[in-house]
Design a binder for this molecule. Structure first.
Ligand SMILES: Cc1ncc(COP(=O)(O)O)c(C=O)c1O
Length: 376
């Protein structure tokens, strides 16, 4: 049976050679390659500082605690995300407060934020769903009115912009993921980008227990004692992962351009299928095109997932809304109906195979399978 994988990474021989060179060298943990990646990522994202970490979850967690958000605080975010977004808030000791999303984009509805602000609110975490940025200008205006920090969950949005704004430009920090299925990947990995030198410095220390000198500094310079001014975690990116990312970052626009073509082919093939909708890309947005999702009738969704799988097509659901996950329901008493727009997307969405090397003929096969199943 033919197989159309849900995701294929775009790692090339040159990336493998770069990783091999690190493996043949002496220094495997945070050092030269991490520094090179951070510099290149800052230059790509247009931000002053990048700090390489082990995941986007770590990036969200360290951003929160480095901005002083913790016990007794509330953080406004969206239920239409991976649980990592809200989990990071809980790990920081704070409580996530959800607002519903826009029907057209699945992104946090910026008009609802104000009604969720309380005396305890300290920050907002917008999530740029599937690669399309939230309305950051609007969100910044609300944040300024109530003196709130913004931490962007930009796990899907390395290449995105909206109204000329990039991730990290209107926020305290933007958090990125290099997880196995992301646009550029090191299997696991993450980073924060920020224009704040103070925040970058705190996150840099916090990624390594809160000590003020890394192994690379201790090794490459005259021995110096380190101190531990604050209590940090163990979230530092290593040279092996950084080496895997550097070449992909150099090719990032070519990879985006290839995904854009695949996206257009999907749009073309799906256009005339009754009962299949797609979300909207708003004017002024450069979509990072991380996931290609469709919406079908809720009662048809799960049978469709199964029949596509039976035809060898990889599929996923992004996402079941966070407030309906068992832990959140039990701890916070959430129920079906609390965030109806997110729930509607959660019940109707299917993520289809989507990556730079997906062929037109494979997209045609997926679209035809979708059509024949939906018309049954
Ligand atoms: C929207 C979103 N936020 C955060 C994360 C967490 O990323 P990581 O696995 O790098 O911690 C993911 C991961 O898939 C995600 O999709």
């Amino acid at each position: 049976m033919r197989k159309i994988e849900f995701f294929r990474h775009s790692i090339e021989e040159t990336d493998i050679e770069r990783v091999s060179a690190v493996l043949r060298s002496l220094f495997l943990t945070t050092g030269k390659e991490v520094g090179e990646f951070e510099e290149k990522f800052s230059s790509y994202s247009g931000r002053k500082h990048t700090v390489g970490l082990t995941s986007c979850t770590a990036a969200l967690h360290l951003s929160l605690i480095s901005l002083g958000i913790g016990t007794g605080d509330e953080v406004i975010t969206t239920p239409m995300s991976f649980c990592a977004t809200a989990n990071a808030v809980l790990h920081a000791g704070a409580v996530p407060v959800f607002v519903d999303v826009e029907k057209e984009t699945g992104n946090m509805n910026a008009d609802l934020i104000e009604s969720a602000v309380t005396k305890k609110t300290k920050a907002i975490i917008p999530v740029h769903l599937y690669g399309q940025m939230c309305d950051m200008k609007k969100i910044r205006t609300v944040a300024d009115k109530y003196d709130l920090k913004i931490i962007e969950d930009a796990a899907h949005a390395v290449e995105a912009s909206r109204d000329g704004v990039r991730a990290g430009q209107l926020s305290e920090s933007a958090c990125f993921s290099f997880y196995a299925t992301k646009n550029i990947t090191s299997g696991e990995g993450g980073a924060i980008c920020t224009d704040s030198e103070a925040l970058a410095e705190t996150v840099r220390m916090s990624r390594l227990h809160g000590i003020d000198k890394g192994a690379s500094e201790r090794y490459s310079k005259r021995f110096q004692q380190y101190d531990m001014p604050l209590l940090g975690w163990k979230y530092n990116m290593d040279n092996i992962h950084a080496a895997l990312l550097i070449g992909q970052l150099e090719r990032i626009d070519t990879l985006w351009e290839r995904r854009r073509k695949v996206w257009d082919v999907y749009k073309e093939f799906l256009r005339d299928i009754e009962g299949v909708e797609t979300l909207t890309t708003v004017p002024g947005a450069r979509h990072a095109m991380h996931l290609f999702t469709v919406l079908v009738a809720a009662e048809k969704r799960d049978p469709l997932l199964w029949s596509l799988q039976e035809k060898g097509i990889g599929v996923a659901v992004n996402f079941k809304p966070i407030h309906l996950l068992k832990y959140y329901k039990e701890r916070f008493g959430y129920r079906e109906g609390d965030y109806p727009v997110a729930e509607e997307i959660g019940k109707r969405t299917i993520s289809l195979p989507f990556y730079p090397s997906l062929k037109e003929e494979e997209v045609r096969f997926v679209a035809a399978a979708l059509k024949s199943e939906i018309e049954k």
